[in-house]
Design a binder for this molecule. Structure first.
Ligand code: PHE
Length: 468
């Protein structure tokens, strides 16, 4: 492999941790984590999530990063280098970011649109009924903003691992953290009296978020919380889509993987928790408990603008900060998705970075146009096996997140846990003499618990398992 010598690497642990955290911290932390926490009994969900992060999440993340560093290959070729017959897993792992990239850019475009609306002082318009639907069903604007978002991501990737991914993450991630903390603190201080004369405060909303609500909790209810937390964690850590393998391949051989992995997990979990502190008290104060039922795009693009509008003058500023923060989160995640594909093209076909970037931009652009048209010219509705009514974006999301990602993760657990044995990863982690603190836990997780949990997750997300 003569190419190995010229492979780039992160300049140090900080660059790696911030880039990986940049991938992990994304729209899922902001719109999905708080919503699930509110739905699933607050504190109970938080505790389960934390336990899973330290066990299940830790095992998956460690495995992928170690595979990357050991093979010095991107996902498409890394699996085959571990075990030749398992190269097909690399193809699956690489397919995930190829599918995700187009629709992630479309959503990124929505964020750009809202950020600009608040930046130009037009936040009130964004709160009007029908604004979001009106925008996404338009013909020109969604395409333009999608392409703009894609162009920024492509520019960062084109600049490479150090001057692109690492240097942008080093600026954007600290800024993001600062904004999240600032908005969260603000959210705790607000209060509001509604038309019916009911006064609500941010602190009450905070209590709903963190205090476990165990009233009427059943065994079935407990499993729902467990599966919700697991599905969320899985998505949130950016595993099973080749990203952590690609980033792991840029980690220097003398870096302490255990320490970096802990830091990535802490960063991701802290931002998810703070996103809840930011959103739940604000939505509760201005919209009551019913307001907290919206999730996904509905929460971010419909409910929150209404919350900002209720805040009066300061609402426009908070909205602007909020969408800037979401934009940073989306950008660093999209960068990691694109890098997984670009690095795969470079390793497999010996393409230059520029050429690989151009190829991936063309694919993402074509897919992105389709996704946008899915809301107007190509509009249709189909029902997915899990019961959701879907357009093109939802179908792509379903294939990648619900089907392929659990499959890739199961395959990875079987390959490392049983075929090559956990020593493949353990040796890689320990090769610098660093202590693998949770080694036993890692082995048990990877061989037994994670595969079982993942199969349950897969069956649930494809709609076969409906009892829980
Ligand atoms: N991990 C990101 C989040 O929590 C999501 C993500 C999706 C990242 C796709 C990369 C690729 O939002």
């Amino acid at each position: 492999m003569k190419k190995e010598k010229s492979r780039h690497s992160f300049s140090g642990s900080l660059g790696f941790v911030l880039a990986a955290a940049g991938s992990a911290v994304g729209l899922g932390n902001i719109w999905r984590f708080p919503y699930l926490a509110a739905k699933d009994g607050g504190g109970l969900y938080l505790v389960i999530y934390l336990i899973l992060a330290l066990t299940f999440g830790f095992a998956l993340l460690t495995t992928e990063i170690a595979i990357g560093r050991k093979t010095k290959q991107s996902p498409l070729t890394a699996y085959g280098k571990i075990k030749e017959k398992w190269g097909f897993l690399g193809v699956l792992a690489c397919l995930v970011p190829v599918i995700i990239m187009p629709y992630y850019c479309v959503i990124g475009g929505w964020v750009v649109k809202y950020f600009l609306a608040y930046l130009t002082g037009d936040g009130a318009a964004a709160a009007a009924d029908g604004y979001f639907t009106g925008y996404i069903t338009g013909t020109v604007q969604p395409l333009v903003f999608m392409a703009a978002f894609l162009a920024v991501v492509a520019f960062i990737i084109f600049r490479g691992v150090n001057r692109g991914i690492e240097s942008f993450s080093k600026v954007l991630m600290p800024l993001l953290l600062l904004m999240v903390v600032g908005i969260a603190v603000f959210s705790l201080t607000i209060q509001f009296t509604d038309d019916a004369g009911v006064k609500r405060t941010g602190m009450e909303g905070f209590q709903i978020y963190v205090v476990p609500n165990l009233k009427g909790l059943t065994v079935k209810g407990f499993f729902t919380v467990l599966l919700d937390a697991m599905g969320q964690l899985f998505f949130s850590l950016s595993v099973a889509m080749g990203i952590m393998i690609a980033y792991g391949s840029y980690v220097q051989d003398d870096a302490n993987l255990v320490k970096s992995i802990n830091q990535i997990e802490i960063f991701d979990t802290a931002v998810a928790f703070l996103a809840g502190v930011m959103i739940i008290p604000a939505v509760y104060t201005f919209m009551g408990r019913e307001g907290m039922e919206a999730s996904g795009p509905g929460l971010m693009f419909v409910s929150l603008p209404k919350v900002f509008a209720s805040m009066g003058k300061v609402g426009n500023l908070i909205g602007c900060l909020f969408f800037a923060m979401v934009l940073f989160a989306a950008l660093t995640s999209a960068v990691s998705v694109m890098e997984a594909v670009v690095s795969s093209l470079m390793d497999k076909f010996q393409m230059s970075r520029t050429k690989a970037t151009v190829v991936e931009v063309a694919i993402a652009l074509a897919g992105g146009v389709l996704v946008c048209l899915g809301y107007n010219k190509l509009y249709f509705e189909i029902k997915l096996p899990n019961g959701a009514v879907a357009q093109i974006l939802d179908i792509m999301d379903y294939i990648s997140n619900n089907c392929l990602m659990p499959l890739v993760a199961i395959g990875t657990c079987v390959l490392i846990g049983w075929v090559t044995g956990p020593k493949t990863v353990i040796q890689e982690v320990e090769k610098t003499g660093c202590k693998f603190g949770r080694k036993r836990l890692y082995i048990v997780m990877l061989r037994y618990i994670a595969p079982v949990l993942l199969v349950v997750l897969l069956l649930k997300s494809i709609g076969i398992l409906t009892v829980i």
